[in-house]
Design a protein around this ligand. Structure first.
Ligand SMILES: O=C(O)CCC(=O)C(=O)O
Ligand SMILES: [Fe+2]
Ligand SMILES: [Zn+2]
Length: 628
């Protein structure tokens, strides 16, 4: 406000801008990270925009901070857009606060300079995560080949000879020997070995593997992957039925961090030093995915002697390492009989056998089921349903708040439009299968239209972000759930984000009951046992008792319709309702509730996305995806 009382010194335009930006940075820190800044002076500061996540390295930030005094500690949490510095005295911290706030810095990967904003913090608290241990069955042998051998091997690759076994994939260059690996079916043509077998320049390294007893099988397939900085490979499990247990990967040319993920969501970043050999076997080969995040820098440990293995979560020891060209030699042995590993959930050999038993909900059955038990029901209960859906969930609000101003966002399955208006800085468009719900959105003056989530009439890559809240669990088969996911991803531009929520089988997580279980009320109406309606008899699926734990993944969930202002009960529609849904007006919605890891595993099967975050929120499994 343009104060003219003359008591306050007039701030320059630049100063005002700085203060405004600083206030905004403080607000974001508090809102997203729970970091509380203080007004009084202290020895510690938070440096907003000075984090590893901003592409700022420890060395770079230290150099700037040390101009103002002696730095006692500098904590840089992995992937975060801030760092914490503690000076040996408050005077030094004050000096830093006044001279560095608003200062521009060119990050290591800078296209644009970033601006630092400093604020005082009482004390520095960062959740220290214990250094994870390596996934079981994973071994790294350092200095597996000599620098001379490395050079010979790299120089011997004939990238120029155009063969079908060499492809320039979007994310990296590849070349196959022994057998061609097909990226369309993630398998090899076992009866079509490539002429020439494995090249001679590998013989020495392979002999060493056998000699020191590292492997049981002699590899007969080699894939050479070459990654430029910024390139990677999506998380995957090498197809069980394609290759035997041990998979070897020799890292040449440069080090890189490979991420291993367990289906329960835990991620273990593993440093693969230059000239090291990685051996994946057992659980690490069959159950964990491995992948390389496409980026130009890795977060690594500064402490010397820590060049191999897992990266600690200790933010006092982390920095960035610039990637350079890495060439990996992945050796595998083609499998000629079905896999009988101990991890059937990830095993394609063991799944095919399962799929031979008759499906419970066939493809044709699936769309009929969805029509009767999802689309029609939502249309009938729209008014009442909408009256129970008003408060946006905080984490979904946070996701929307994190998107840049002006982002174009699709809410696929928007229901009553609960999220369409939560962030006025976004341009949001909703769609839903239920016309009555879409009408409610329009009454609320939101942009919304009717469409099916399997086919959203927008051009591919049109959106900066998408949300899919409580939608995918309404599809009756896995293929349709994957198709819905793919459609969502199709809408995203490269680098675009999607937030997905599905209902969880596990309604109690880490000893906490979800809101759904806690809200158990006696007024919830009859339990499933009392529902002897026609529908229940026709329904091929178990009927769930509301506010209790789930006993099956595919089920019908009752909805007890109560009249609302919008859906006034007239004698006529009461009669019609009772005819169709029994005297209680109980409707049933089909759900497939997801078990732990299921949503993430589904996402990981898609080649063009990376799961950025995966969590449990109020009885839902949730992921944030980025389109690659
Ligand atoms: O580059 C690597 O080390 C891994 C390559 C890989 O996982 C694959 O080709 O399946
Ligand atoms: Fe692999
Ligand atoms: Zn298997």
């Amino acid at each position: 406000m343009g104060s003219i009382d003359g008591t306050r010194p007039k701030l320059s335009k630049d100063n005002k801008k700085l203060l405004k930006k600083q206030a905004k940075a403080k607000h974001i820190l508090l809102k997203h990270e729970g970091i509380e800044t203080v007004l009084h002076l202290s020895q510690s500061l938070v440096v907003a925009n000075g984090g590893l996540g901003n592409g700022v390295s420890r060395q770079q930030l230290l150099a700037v901070l040390e101009r103002c005094g002696k730095v006692e500690t500098l904590l840089m949490p992995p992937n975060k857009p801030y760092a914490f510095v503690t000076y040996s005295s408050a005077e030094e911290a004050i000096k830093a606060y006044s001279s560095l706030s608003g200062q521009e810095l060119c990050g290591e990967d800078a296209e644009q300079p970033i601006t630092l904003y400093l604020s005082f913090v009482e004390k520095v608290v960062v959740k220290e995560v214990l250094s994870p241990s390596l996934p079981p069955g994973l071994i790294i042998v350092e200095d597996f080949v000599s620098p001379e051998q490395e050079r010979t091997m790299l120089e011997s690759i004939d990238w120029d000879s155009e063969t079908s076994s060499q492809k320039s994939l979007k994310h990296r260059r590849v070349k196959h020997y022994g057998y061609e690996f097909r990226y369309d079916n993630n398998n090899v043509d076992k009866d079509k070995p490539l002429p020439g077998g494995l090249p001679d320049f590998c013989t020495e390294a392979l002999r060493k593997c056998v000699q020191i007893g590292l492997i049981k099988h002699d590899p007969d397939q080699l894939t050479i992957n070459q990654y430029e900085p910024g390139q990677g490979i999506p998380p995957h499990v090498d197809t069980h039925s394609a290759f035997e247990d041990e998979i070897l990967s020799l890292s040449l040319g440069a080090e890189i961090v490979m991420d291993f993920k367990h289906p329960n969501g835990s991620v273990v970043p593993v440093m693969l030093p230059q000239r090291s050999l990685l051996i994946m076997s057992g659980e690490s080969r069959y159950l964990w995915t491995h992948g390389i995040t496409p980026r130009k820098f890795d977060v690594i440990q500064v402490s010397e002697g820590q060049t191999v293995g897992t990266i600690s979560g200790n933010s006092g020891e982390l920095t960035l390492s610039k990637r350079s060209t890495r060439t990996s030699f992945t050796f595998r042995k083609v499998r000629h009989s079905p896999c009988d590993c101990a991890f059937p959930s990830e095993c394609d050999s063991q799944q095919t056998q399962k799929e031979k038993s008759p499906p419970t909900v066939g493809e044709l059955g699936a769309s009929t089921l969805e029509r009767e038990y999802v689309h029609k029901v939502y249309d009938d209960i729209a008014g009442h349903f909408s009256s129970t859906r008003h408060t946006p969930w905080p984490k979904i609000g946070d996701f929307l708040a994190s998107l840049p101003k002006g982002s174009l966002v699709a809410d696929v399955g928007c229901g009553n439009g609960k999220y369409l208006g939560v962030n006025k800085d976004l341009c949001m468009i909703g769609c839903d299968r239920s016309k009555n719900l879409v009408d409610i959105c329009r009454e609320r003056t939101f942009e919304a239209f009717v469409c099916d989530a399997l086919s959203v009439p927008f051009r591919a890559g049109a959106f900066d972000a998408c949300i899919s809240i409580a939608v995918i669990h309404h599809f009756a088969t896995e293929e349709r759930r994957i198709a819905a996911l793919q459609e969502l991803i199709r809408l995203l531009r490269k680098g675009g984000k999607a937030l997905i929520y599905v209902w969880a089988l596990e309604q109690e997580y880490k000893k906490n009951k979800s809101k759904y279980l806690k809200e158990s009320k006696t007024s919830q109406g009859p339990s499933s046992d009392a529902l002897g309606t026609n529908l229940a008899v026709k329904a091929p699926l178990p009927i769930h008792t509301n506010r209790t734990s789930f006993h099956s993944q595919d089920l019908l969930v009752p909805w007890h319709l109560k009249p609302t202002n919008k859906s006034k009960v007239t004698p006529e529609n009461k009669e019609q309702n009772e005819k169709e849904h029994g005297p209680d007006s109980v409707y049933h919605r089909f759900y497939h509730v997801f078990c732990e890891g299921e949503l993430e595993a589904m996402c990981n099967r898609l080649s063009n996305v990376a799961v950025q975050h995966s969590y449990h929120d109020q009885g839902n499994w949730c992921v944030i995806l980025e389109k690659l």
